[in-house]
Design a protein around this ligand. Structure first.
Ligand SMILES: O=C(CO)[C@H](O)[C@H](O)COP(=O)(O)O
Length: 234
């Protein structure tokens, strides 16, 4: 296993071991490559028939099923005890950029519905200022036919570059999210006030949600290159 992969696993296992409430009834499961290890660890619990897991997208739903966990929906269980998720970049105040895996809307829905939101990541995600490590831009989910207007609006707000995320080799044309929307990646350089920028972007007609997660995470676990785990707490 590479050092990055083992860092992800260490962070995820430690986060579950230290935070999973013995009496949990509803648990949010995020998306991405680090959360794979969260689902694996939760799947090793003896009491896994006692709680349901709420996914943040298609991949997350498969992780829940593959690890023998009970699947529920956010419509059935709008109050979540604890949610675990990865991040693309984390600032010391625990503001995050998320959405690299195109799941940001459901990830934010689950995080916002959770009493406790724990971030798991490897050492590359730590950042003094958001926008310095994750340089491809802030992911923004938009209603498809609004894309041209929202690109113009984002440039007026100060974005240096805005890309309509494409499917690359896997799909000609734009990525379609689990909610049948498009994604923009907007590069604003250093993000000094994530809440303010989020509010400005969210106010644009056509925007569904932004990948700026502010005031949501209580603790972040980082797997380090040397095999240790460090934490940042709000
Ligand atoms: O926000 C996300 C998906 O939309 C992921 O949580 C984020 O991209 C981190 O993924 P990984 O653990 O693979 O680095």
């Amino acid at each position: 296993m590479s050092s990055v992969e083992s860092a992800k696993k260490l962070a995820a296992y430690r986060a579950v071991d230290e935070n999973f409430p013995p009496a949990a009834k509803v648990v949010g499961i995020g998306s991405g490559s680090t959360v794979i290890y969260v689902a694996e660890r939760i799947g090793q619990l003896d009491n896994k028939s006692d709680f349901v897991c709420i996914p943040t997208g298609f991949q997350s739903q498969q992780l829940i099923i593959d690890n023998g966990l009970r699947l529920g929906t956010i419509e059935q269980f709008p109050h979540i005890d604890i949610a675990f998720d990865g991040a693309d970049e984390v600032a010391p105040n625990l503001d995050c950029i998320k959405g690299g895996g195109a799941c940001l809307f459901q990830e934010k829905l689950v995080a916002a519905a959770a009493d406790k939101f724990i971030v798991v990541a490897d050492y590359r995600k730590k950042s003094e200022v958001l926008g310095r490590q994750w340089t491809q831009g802030i992911p923004i989910e938009i209603v498809p036919n609004a894309y041209a207007k929202v690109i113009n609006d984002l440039k007026k707000l100060g974005a240096k570059k805005v890309d309509l995320r494409s499917g690359g080799k896997a799909k000609a044309g734009p990525v379609i999210t689990d909610n049948h929307n498009f994604l923009l990646d907007a590069d604003f350089g250093d993000v000094k006030d994530a809440k303010k920028l989020h509010d400005e972007i969210k106010a644009l007609v056509g925007v569904v949600e932004t990948g700026l997660f502010t005031d949501l995470a209580q603790k972040a676990y980082f797997g380090e290159e040397n095999g240790e785990v460090s934490t940042w707490t709000k």
